[in-house]
Design a protein around this ligand. Structure first.
Ligand code: OGA
Ligand code: NI
Length: 345
């Protein structure tokens, strides 16, 4: 399989191979792109308030976090305490990974969707009908930490970065638990976050000569509870919000956080996982780093009994082991919320 990077670097490339021509589906065409409407200001969560010892500040930010989950499934986290230099080193080491020779990268290809290190292109070339303008590296980083052996500094940087953002994710999940009227430690305990699954995905979107015809990543929701994303360039990530595609522009040193399918399941649909996609451009190479945080792979994730009782609603999803859910999502075409639909009652 040829990487998109190799295609993009072919001399004199002025059009994309036809396999990359993404036929936008009907629903997609009906959505307009909007980033200037007044209701399109993406929520900002000041992480320092979440860990503040002042109860008023904490209850205000938990309220805001709940609203962000309910109305957006997405928020920007500022003042998270993770050094910007570490974030930049992480992006740089991923860039160096993609700059290895094709032969070197192919060592890390992996054979099965649950292999702990997997370099590839598009989403899943054995099932993709159209190819996506994206190369990727996926690495399992918790509870067991894996790393490609090249570039040599990857291991140390990724280990530290993933440890730091795991702490941020767990704190956010404490706040989200509280916003659902549960004990702060509810998600942490019920979903065994001590051995929670964490997977790092580095995405490379090289410049594309026909950005309107190609797609970096098609509309989808993420598996797991929360995905924390950083990037080298703004312009690419879009969210579905109130029937529009909204461009996400992050300020430097912030995290882009989205809710995953398991937040929707445990909250019994009170919070929805957000549908998002990555579009491409013809100017710059964009790298994004999305780290998904979930329960342990052995946990059966189902709607919280407490939420069901509090809201007086029947369960809307069947329980499924995270490992099975992950395998289902990764072995099929990436298509909006088709995976979640499999567990919807
Ligand atoms: C993902 C994802 C978006 C982006 O990796 O799941 O949605 O902007 N990435 O790269
Ligand atoms: Ni995603």
């Amino acid at each position: 399989m040829t990487s998109v990077k190799a295609i993009a670097e072919s001399p004199g490339l002025s059009s994309i191979p036809s396999a990359y021509n993404f036929q936008k589906n009907q629903n997609d065409q009906q959505l307009s792109i909007s980033d200037s409407l007044p209701d399109c200001s993406i929520p900002i969560i000041d992480f320092s308030l979440l860990i503040s010892s002042c109860p008023e500040q904490r209850s205000k930010i938990i309220h805001d976090l709940g609203k962000a989950c309910q109305h957006w499934g997405f928020f920007v986290v500022i003042n998270h305490g993770v050094p910007e230099s570490l974030m930049n080193s992480m992006i740089d080491t991923c860039k160096r990974f993609f700059n290895l020779t094709e032969e070197e990268k192919r060592q890390f290809e992996g054979k099965h969707v649950l292999d702990p290190i997997r370099y590839g292109t598009s989403f899943n070339t054995s099932v993709d009908k159209v190819f996506f303008w994206r190369d990727f590296l996926k690495v399992f980083v918790h509870p067991q930490f894996y790393s490609p052996t090249k570039p040599s500094e990857f291991r140390e940087i990724a280990m530290e970065y993933c440890r730091r953002i795991r702490e941020v994710a767990r704190e956010l999940l404490r706040g989200i638990s509280e916003s659902l009227g549960l004990e702060a430690s509810y998600i942490d305990k019920t979903l065994s976050l001590d051995s929670g699954f964490q997977i790092l995905t580095a995405n490379l979107y090289p410049p594309c000569p026909q950005p309107d015809l190609a797609m970096g990543m098609p509309p989808h929701s993420d598996h797991g509870l929360l995905t924390i994303l950083i990037q080298n360039e703004n312009g690419g990530l879009q969210l579905q919000h109130n029937g529009n595609w909204v461009n996400v522009n992050a300020s430097s040193n912030s995290f882009l956080v989205n809710t995953g399918d398991h937040i929707e399941i445990i909250s019994n649909g009170k919070y929805k996982s957000v549908v998002h996609r990555a579009v491409v451009n013809n100017m710059k190479t964009r790298i994004s780093l999305a780290v998904a945080h979930g329960s342990s792979l052995e946990t059966i994730v189902s709607p919280s009994q407490e939420v069901i009782d509090n809201e007086n609603q029947p369960p809307a999803y069947i329980g499924m082991k995270y490992k099975d859910y992950l395998e289902l999502q990764q072995s099929n075409q990436l298509d909006s919320k088709s995976c979640l639909d499999r567990v919807r009652i």
